[in-house]
Ligand binder design. Structure first.
Ligand SMILES: [Ca+2]
Length: 262
């Protein structure tokens, strides 16, 4: 029986959904086409984690990204940065990266633009929420390390649908990348155009030589069905008893109602 059918059944018999939840959908439930997630961005970057040349006003720019399929991606190690990635990494702008996701939506390869808060100052926390579908099960999300020449953190093409179902939760450590568009080598370096531009790469600048991460993304599913064990024969028997009992009660009410009319 499908979940919808269970709910209809529960409504029809006048018993609460709680009875249906008691037996649960268990492992038999099919993955939903869509899911809703929150992402919590914990910025841990601080003078304690990255003491070398730690800058004043440490912050992360507003989260920007999107959901998409494997037919498109917005950045990757070894590739030249798009204008959207360049402007995000150098200036903390959410546009035109949002327009690049918008173009992918129009082309049938992306689902939604994801927008969220920034962190100021770091360490700190920001959040975003978004809907995602099996058609566009990958997430790309980025934020500028600021101040910096062209340094950023983020994920690219992170799958939230795996092995036939949506992940309940996934935490991703964040490390610094270099967008390859500015040749500055320290946080507050003056503007320096990389000509020609270099591919995006793990950030080898001195402040990150200690290999310490700058934060975490934690994606948590918001609409997951209640986690319960699979229905046992005993639980199904109990449900059958409750359902038949409910039918008896309804029949008795009809009889009593008829008696009252007489
Ligand atoms: Ca650079």
């Amino acid at each position: 029986m499908t979940r919808t059918a269970w709910a209809s059944c529960a409504r029809a018999t006048g018993i609460g959904l709680a009875v249906a939840l008691t037996v649960g959908w268990g492992d038999a439930r099919a993955a939903t086409q869509t899911a809703r997630y929150s992402v919590r961005f914990d910025g841990t970057w601080s003078a304690a984690t990255h003491p070398l040349d730690f800058p004043p006003n440490p912050h992360f720019s507003p989260l920007i990204g999107g959901t998409h399929d494997a037919g498109v991606h917005f950045w990757g190690v070894g590739e030249l940065a798009s204008q959207g990635i360049k402007d995000m990494a150098e200036r903390g702008l959410t546009s035109p990266l949002d327009q690049e996701v918008g173009s992918a939506i129009a082309a049938g390869h992306a689902g939604v633009v994801i927008r969220g808060g920034g962190i100021s100052p770091s360490p700190g926390m920001a959040t975003a929420a978004f809907d995602i579908s099996q058609a566009y099960p990958l997430v790309t999300l980025v934020s500028m390390i600021a101040p910096s020449p062209d340094w950023f953190v983020g994920v690219t093409s992170l799958p939230l649908f795996r092995d036939g179902d949506w992940l309940d939760r996934i935490t991703v450590p964040l490390y610094a990348y270099d967008a390859g568009t500015d040749c500055g080598t320290y946080y507050t370096a003056p503007n320096c155009v990389s000509s020609p531009p270099e591919p995006i790469a793990p950030n080898g600048a001195p402040p990150f030589a200690n290999g310490t991460g700058l934060g975490l993304f934690t994606f948590t599913r918001l609409d997951a069905p209640t986690a319960v064990p699979a229905a046992s024969p005993a639980a199904l028997a109990t449900l059958a008893l409750v359902l038949s009992g409910a039918g008896v009660v309804r029949a008795r009410r009809r009889v009593r109602g008829a008696a009252d009319d007489s």
